[in-house]
Design a protein around this ligand. Structure first.
Ligand code: SAM
Ligand code: DTB
Ligand code: SF4
Length: 339
């Protein structure tokens, strides 16, 4: 039986899920996953940093903040031609969604107009388009929707009560406001967070509870494991127990049964066995391609080999959250190679 979508989760309920014996949690998550998705299918997205570094915000995890010396080479907004070149390669490599990220606190209207052009070009290639540009006004969200944007990524990042320890230059409510503008414009939301930032299990439950109690469950829920970058304040944070990471994925699957849950940043530091456990726990999306925004990701050949070994196949375009239309011709083949 498909699970009922709830938006009234209490903190103790979420904590109780996270605390289940591991076999029980995995079995429940896998059952809910199968009720809503084909568990062989994994949605593949490719990321491109269209404007890198020099960000005025102080997000303690982020190599792109101008406040930290991470040795990052900043660059201005790419041209539409540069974006088309990367999106074409991503499509050839088997990605179905192309996500464009910019290191802005919030874009200027002229930036949004340029990104709107990029969105049109990505859509013309037959890819789903996603953007993550920082805080958006209602009008800016409308402009992006009119350009054909499918998803807007804006993460809650962590629990409300831990947020101020990580970011001081904007409020949690600012994030909720942007998500509201995105929903009101008719865009699908991609919204998740980061774990492994030194938060407690209670705070991981707080992130998941807040995500699940949004007015609509996000279409995509990226669960990032902190990528520790030298020079950022969170570099050197104690590593999260890998099983706790898997538990977080499983709880996300149970709380948001029809959402695509992305095993997001941090895969380059995970072994294949841990990634396989995440897929069993209900993760059904990855970032695909050798780079995230500024840090590394497993190389394409390694992901293709992992898909092959696990019998996973790339998911075709997600038309509605949880309503997927598989390309049956792909059977168990991994994404085609770019070369
Ligand atoms: N500047 C925009 C914003 O903050 O919304 C968009 C880009 S920002 C890099 C997108 C997301 O990437 C952040 O919200 C955060 O969740 C994630 N992220 C950034 N640095 C990360 C890191 N070192 N490890 C894991 N996730 C990270
Ligand atoms: C998300 O939740 N994770 C992606 C995407 N949304 C934009 C970003 C991960 C960034 C990891 C650090 C970096 O490469 O700069
Ligand atoms: Fe800027 Fe986004 Fe990085 Fe925060 S996460 S410093 S807003 S690029």
């Amino acid at each position: 039986m498909p699970a009922v979508l709830r938006h009234d989760w209490s903190r103790p309920e979420v904590l109780a899920l996270l605390a289940l014996p591991f076999p029980d949690l995995m079995q429940r998550a896998a059952t809910v996953h199968r009720a809503h998705f084909d568990p062989r299918e994994v949605q593949v997205s490719t990321l491109l940093s269209i404007k890198t570094g020099g960000c005025p915000e102080d997000c303690a995890y982020c190599p792109q903040s101008a406040r930290y010396n991470t040795g990052l080479k900043a660059h201005k907004l790419l041209t539409v031609e540069e974006v088309i070149e990367k999106a074409t390669a991503a499509k050839a490599a088997g990605a179905s969604r192309f996500c464009m990220g910019a290191a802005w606190r919030s874009p200027k209207d002229k930036d949004v107009a340029q990104v709107a052009e990029m969105v049109g070009a990505v859509k013309a290639l037959g890819l789903e388009a996603c953007a993550t540009l920082g805080m958006l006004s209602g009008e800016q969200a409308q402009t992006l929707k009119s350009a054909g944007l499918d998803y807007y990524n804006h993460n809650l990042d962590t629990a409300p009560e831990f947020y101020g320890d990580v970011i001081k230059t904007r409020e949690y409510q600012d994030r909720l406001d942007t998500l509201e503008h995105v929903r009101d414009a008719g865009l699908k939301t991609c919204c998740g967070g980061i774990v492994g930032m030194g938060e407690t299990r209670e705070q991981r439950a707080g992130l998941l509870q807040t995500l699940a109690n949004l007015p609509e469950h996000p279409g995509s829920v990226p669960i990032n494991r902190l990528v520790q970058v030298e020079g950022t304040p969170l570099h050197g944070t104690a590593l999260l127990d890998p099983f706790e990471f898997v538990r977080t994925i499983a709880a996300a699957r149970l709380l948001m049964p029809r959402s695509v849950v992305r095993l997001s940043a941090g895969r380059a530091e995970m072994n294949e066995e841990l990634q396989a456990l995440c897929f069993l726990a209900g993760a059904n999306s990855i970032f695909y391609g050798e780079k995230l925004l500024t840090t590394g990701n497993p190389d394409v050949a390694a992901d293709q080999a992992l898909f092959q070994r696990l019998g996973l196949v790339p998911m075709a375009v997600v038309h509605e959250p949880g309503t997927v239309h598989a390309d049956v011709t792909r059977e168990t083949n991994p994404p085609a190679c770019a070369a």
